[in-house]
Design a protein around this ligand. Sequence first.
Ligand code: PAN
Ligand code: ZN
Length: 187
Amino acid sequence: MNGIEGASLFFGGGRLSGGPVERLTRRIGDLGDIFSDSEAYARLPVDRVVYEVESHFPVAGGTEGGLFVGITYIHPGKVGQEYFMTKGHFHAVRNRAEVYICIEGEGMLILMNEDHSRVWAEKMEPGSIHYINGHVAHRTANTGSGVLSFGAVWPSDAGHDYQTISEKGFSKILVEKDGVATLVNRP
Ligand code: PAN
Ligand code: ZN
């Protein structure tokens, strides 16, 4: 043996493999509280897949100093005029930052500050790299016609606060307006 080893994790062919990978699927039926147009939401099949996440957790959740890695795949689609998107969250430990790297597709990273007074977005395209400051809520939306996929790396003690978003939402939503992805105030 020469002491040289292969990586334990591999991304290829649109899939994470190698090391232990946990897979999570979010369907329309799981996402009732995030989309604004409840009539359009009710018309979609509850089992339609909106996004999938593959994650590798090399250390236990809550470990200080470790990192987690994941790939998110958001399918194309809309609920009314609002693009398919992730639930979105603050990190439970608010000062924990994160990096996203877009792999494939077209989308927007939607960000909101801690007192919900400001929402803004960054365009995601293959190769775009997004540094997400701690204290900033983040969600991603697929604005294209194919799958949007991106890699994420975040601290293993960050945790996820979904509660705040499910109760109060983001103060702006991303909708298609005259063919263009546009942030508008939440109705
Ligand atoms: C990402 C997200 C992933 C799914 O790995 O967890 O894109 O989005 P939701 O967690 O909001 O459903 C991340 O930001 N981790 O911290
Ligand atoms: Zn996060």
